[in-house]
Design a protein around this ligand. Structure first.
Ligand code: NAD
Length: 519
């Protein structure tokens, strides 16, 4: 019997002992920089000649790790190996599988700062953001372990039939490919991986190119718990070839993907094809991008709204699917809110986040990303009034630093109001009234998160009905979903609304078997 699930508390870095512990973790992780990492397929460790590096975006010349570049032959090898391991793993008891997750959670809690420090270096998270990422990973392990035991045998939900013994069992699917993004490089792979494993599937993790180090550490954590070889395989390499091969493979049973709209659509299409030798329809769990909006009306607590807008837009440099990249403010209070948002944003501290907990914003993840965001800033100068930011922040070490950038009076059909930028760029938009604001908010192809600041009860109820997003927040910021509390996933082009961290999520990694025996 397990104690009830509780979310992992966040670390208070204002306490000197916590700051000291985090600094020690950073030193430990820095001392490990520059190692080479193999692919792990079953019990084989393949250190390849073809490699790619993981770098620190604050100081791009700093190489964190050298990773083997798996190709399509490794993709095939990994699927075959996972299929073999699945033959026995599928019959391990759910309690045994859950125990792996619980042990991993205990170990991760013990080494929490080490994992967070890795993210500070590898993707430029602030201490607070990295700590929240690790806490979420622990939560997924603890939550899915409990959910697995709840759902595996659901026979008690059936209607009894005299003369028959009836059962309903959620059994695993087979070999799954887990394809995460780099922006929650610990929590998101952990969520998809642990759900797949605890449901009895064998898994291949293909980490995102910018964040293989923390993904490796996650897999190692599980291998150290004694997971049988082949149940969890690590294949680093390019998504467009190695990842695509695993998606297309006839023995792949499901794909759990989190990432951009375009790659998600590509996987959706490729997975729908049935190559020779494939005897099932692949399942796809696809969580994609967002163009999330914060609506503010004239009855709102304007200070709370401005704070929520700034936190939602610029936390982790705006590189969250849930980032509030549009603030839609009714005309009467537009100027007041816009001025306050600009004032608060000016106070954000930018720098290499390993310096200390006072850094609010680190670099964006890599040069490609920086150039893409700069392209949107260029577009923005044609589409709105530049109120803050706009040019890269130069550093001696050439880090990928962009300032928080705010455009005012952006119209609803502007590109910077429609397309996901995935960087620290906020569009402020003026609405005629509340109805107009909701129309603008709903006026993109996405539907992930949204927030409304208002003290008008009827309008809050209207938002509950009409604001078409998977995660709606009333009088609070639009980021920061908690496992078990805010099941997460979006509508329309934001994905398949799988609701990670929710009571139904695990079922996506299973198939239901109904058994009736005449007595
Ligand atoms: P991305 O789509 O570029 O890459 C995601 C993953 O897909 C990577 O591991 C990549 O290697 C792999 N990949 C690329 N092409 C592939 C192919 N053809 N076949 C198989 N795999 C392939 O996304 P990203 O830049 O890593 O992450 C940012 C995106 O993720 C943003 O759009 C963000 O909104 C989204 N995201 C969504 C959620 C959510 O829950 N909805 C959460 C986090 C991030």
């Amino acid at each position: 019997m397990l104690p009830p699930f509780r979310t992992e508390p966040f670390t208070d870095f204002s306490k000197p002992e916590n700051e000291a512990a985090f600094r020690a973790a950073l030193e430990k992780v820095k001392a490990e920089m520059g190692r080479s990492f193999p692919l792990v397929i079953g019990d084989r460790r393949l250190l390849l000649d073809q490699t790619f590096t993981s770098i620190n975006p604050s100081r791009p010349s700093e190489v964190l790790g050298i990773f083997s570049k798996g190709d399509v032959s490794h993709a095939d090898m990994a699927v075959a190996t996972a299929l073999e391991a699945f033959k026995t793993w599928q019959y391990t008891s759910v309690a045994d599988r859950a125990r792996y997750l619980l042990r991993a959670a205990t170990e991760l809690r013990r080494r929490k700062h080490e994992f967070s420090a890795t993210m500070v270096l590898e993707v430029g998270k602030s201490w607070v953001e990295a700590d929240a990422d690790t806490a979420e990973a622990i939560d997924f392990m603890e939550y899915y372990a409990r959910q697995a035991m709840r759902v595996a045998d659901s026979s008690h939900l059936l209607v009894p039939n005299p003369g028959e013994q009836v059962g309903l069992y959620y059994i695993p699917l087979g070999v799954g490919i887990v394809i995460p993004p780099w922006n929650f490089p610990l929590a998101i792979p952990t969520g998809m991986l642990t759900a797949a494993l605890v449901a009895g599937n064998a898994v291949i993790l293909k980490p995102a190119q910018p964040s293989p180090w923390v993904a490796w550490k996650l897999c190692e954590l599980f291998w150290n718990q004694g997971l049988p070889p082949g149940v969890l395989n690590f294949v680093s390499g390019p998504g467009s070839s190695t990842g695509a091969q695993m998606v297309a493979h006839p023995k792949t049973r499901f794909i759990a993907f989190t990432g951009s709209r375009d790659v998600g659509l590509n996987i959706f299409e490729q997975a729908s094809k049935v190559p020779p030798g494939q005897i099932w329809l692949k399942r796809t769990i696809l969580e994609m991008g967002g163009k999330d909006a914060v609506v503010v009306d004239e009855t709102a607590d304007l200070e709370a709204a401005a704070q929520g807008i700034v936190a939602g837009a610029f936390g982790f440099q705006g590189q969250k699917c849930s980032a509030g990249s549009r603030a839609i403010i009714v005309g009467d209070v537009y100027d007041q809110v816009a001025n306050r948002v600009v004032d608060l944003t000016r106070k954000l501290q930018i720098g290499a986040p390993d310096i200390g907990p006072h850094i609010d914003m680190g670099p964006v993840v890599n040069l490609d990303s920086m150039q893409k965001i700069m392209g949107y800033i260029e577009v923005g100068t044609q589409e709105g009034e530049l109120l803050l930011g706009g040019s890269p922040v130069e550093t001696a070490e050439g880090g990928y630093f962009l300032p928080p950038t705010i455009f005012g009076d952006v119209t609803s059909n502007a590109r910077i109001a429609q397309e996901e930028i995935f960087g620290p760029v906020l569009a402020l938009m003026r609405a005629r009234d509340y109805d107009d604001a909701l129309d603008i908010a709903n006026g993109t192809e996405y539907g992930l998160t949204g927030a409304v600041y208002s003290h008008d009860r009827a309008r809050l109820e209207q938002a509950r009905r009409e604001f078409h997003v998977g995660n709606l927040y009333l009088n609070r910021k639009c980021t920061g979903a908690l496992v078990g509390i805010h099941p997460f996933g979006g509508f329309n082009m934001s994905g398949t609304d799988s609701k990670t961290g929710g009571p139904d999520y695990l079922l996506l990694y299973t198939q239901a078997k109904s058994v009736a025996e005449r007595l």
